[in-house]
Design a protein around this ligand. Structure first.
Ligand code: HEC
Length: 507
């Protein structure tokens, strides 16, 4: 058991905590815009900026979310540290807000068995609404109920001034029922807090939708299957009346719904994690059952079936997902692109992937998904927001923020190289179409052993200097008559220089 006696250091920290919090508000941490990554996608070259180390390491914990508040954003980490995130020219600043954690992790720590994964007890999502004197901030989170020795999922709210400072304390808007005890269950796990859903979205003024996961109470890991049962507010989309502090089931049969977005036409888009495979995108309709745990396109970890289902790989008898990912992407939040600078993405769904470390763009035809295009962001993506300027903002898991914009600078070497990337790689192996340009500046001509050069190229034995590359790109045929790249010419000297600089600086 944990030692509950406070040691002197802890006492000092507790006494100083308000001061420390105050001190952290000035100066805000800033993350400079790093060199962008240019991602070539089907319809847009995308400029990806990573703002790293935005939040101090001690405030970080997986989970958390970001929400737009006017022109700014409020971000929360899983640990319940709140930050005002603001764009200032080419920088992003993150200022610690003097808002307490809504969830009391210490009470959970004191009560829970040490084997419980503490990092799953967390703040999950945020939302806001405007008030006459400022804003009201909503947070969804786990809450330990000490008197009953069990746990609920709670939606709390706090009033903020116009400049986003707290006015008063957190108040409880809604608690799930029943309160869940930490039982070992059938398979030994006692707290599956990472399967809690927890997303918030406004259906109408005062009407807040709240998703809850079943936390493995699926009739297999734990004896009671809660998602399909009307007696348990887990595995549900719940409609909360914010003024009345009441909630009712809107839809059921969800596993771990971590994504929720209501589009301008009123469609409710939801994403949820399958077990192993079968992450779903659903259109949520009132009163419907989405089938978990009775049907899924996924299987259990380590086997080729999902025992509670009658049949493998079937969704029969329940609401069909709009789309399912196999293998799982670890679907987190999703949005629909409505009014963004990404013209060619209008109406598409963007789904954040945790395990896939990618953003997934779903092309829709009505409500049918035609295809899914993955964008390799190479980070676990927890949340997505559309900025007022049309940029797309991604909330990473480790105090990082990532912005996506349409790449505009036509002189950017990375962007110009997209033209070459149709044939050339820059990696250690060549594609079938052309030799890799790995370390091309200073490399011997025609020296790749994994590519079969043309007759004309095989006779070359010089070195690719910047000057020679410039001549080659100006007119390949003039430099190497009869070569296989004849049709590609870069007439503009500025562009040639940008491409060569880019290739040189890659290593
Ligand atoms: C349509 C396909 C295609 C495109 C587009 C293309 N290349 Fe090539 N490139 C080739 C092929 C094929 C070769 C090999 C030529 C041969 O064997 O005759 C080559 C050869 C080269 C070489 C010589 C490599 C070596 O191993 O000696 C360089 C440098 C090069 N390309 C640069 C570029 C750059 C920079 C761009 C973009 C502006 C570009 N290429 C666009 C097909 C292409």
């Amino acid at each position: 058991m944990k030692n509950k006696i406070l040691n002197p250091v802890a006492l000092i920290v507790l006494t100083l905590a308000p001061l420390l919090l105050e001190a952290q508000t000035i100066p805000p941490a800033t993350a400079p815009k790093e060199n962008p990554l240019i991602l070539g996608t089907a319809y847009h070259p995308v400029e990806v900026h990573y703002y790293d180390n935005l939040l101090p390491p001690e405030a970080q914990q997986p989970g958390g979310a970001i929400i737009r508040v006017g022109e700014d954003y409020i971000g929360a980490t899983g640990a319940g540290a709140f930050f005002l995130v603001r764009k200032a020219d080419d920088n992003i600043t993150a200022e610690r807000l003097p808002i307490d954690t809504p969830h009391d992790p210490d009470a959970f720590d004191a009560a829970a068995d040490p084997v419980v994964s503490r990092q799953f007890f967390r703040v999950i999502d945020l939302n806001v609404r405007e008030r006459p004197a400022g804003w009201q901030l909503f947070a969804s989170h786990h809450q330990w109920i000490t008197e009953q020795n069990c746990l609920v999922m709670r939606v709390s709210a706090i009033e903020l001034s116009r400049d986003l400072r707290p006015v008063g304390e957190w108040t409880t808007i809604y608690d799930t029922t029943p309160c869940m005890t930490l039982d070992k269950g059938n398979r030994g796990r006692i707290f599956a807090g990472h399967e809690s859903g927890g997303r918030l979205a406004w259906l109408a003024p005062g009407q807040l939708l709240f998703t809850t996961g079943d936390q493995e109470h699926d009739g297999w890991n734990q004896p009671v299957a809660m998602a399909g049962s009307v007696a348990h507010m887990y595995g549900k989309v719940i409609l909360i009346d914010v003024e009345k502090h009441s909630g009712r089931i809107y839809s059921k049969g969800h596993r771990n719904p971590q994504g929720l977005y209501i589009d301008k036409a009123g469609n409710i888009w939801e994403s949820e994690h399958g077990p192993r495979g079968g992450d779903e995108i659903n259109l949520v309709r009132e009163g419907r059952d989405y089938g978990w745990p009775r049907v899924t396109y996924g299987t259990d970890y380590g086997r080729y079936q999902w025992p509670p289902a009658a049949q493998v790989g079937s969704h029969a008898g329940f609401e069909q997902p709009i789309y399912a990912f196999v293998p799982s992407i670890g679907a987190s939040n999703l949005i629909r692109v409505e009014g963004s600078e990404f013209d060619a993405w209008q109406g598409d769904i963007l789904v954040a992937g945790l395990a896939s470390r990618s953003l997934h763009r779903l092309k829709l035809d009505g409500t049918r998904v035609v295809y899914a295009e993955p964008l390799a962001i190479e980070r676990r993506i927890r949340d997505i927001e559309l900025g007022p300027d049309g940029a797309i903002w991604l909330w990473g898991e480790r105090g990082d923020l990532i912005s996506l914009t349409v790449a505009k600078s036509q002189d950017s070497g990375a962007l110009l190289f997209q033209e070459c990337a149709g044939c050339h790689t820059t990696g250690v192996t060549s594609g079938g179409l052309a030799p890799s340009l790995f370390m091309i500046v200073g490399r011997r001509q025609a020296d790749r052993t994994d590519y079969v050069y043309s007759e004309a190229f095989r006779g070359l034995d010089g070195v690719w200097t910047e000057e020679l590359l410039d001549r080659f790109l100006t007119d390949p045929e003039a430099l190497v008559p009869g070569n296989a790249m004849t049709t590609v010419k870069v007439a503009d000297p500025v562009k040639r220089k940008a491409i060569i600089d880019y290739l040189r600086d890659l290593w």
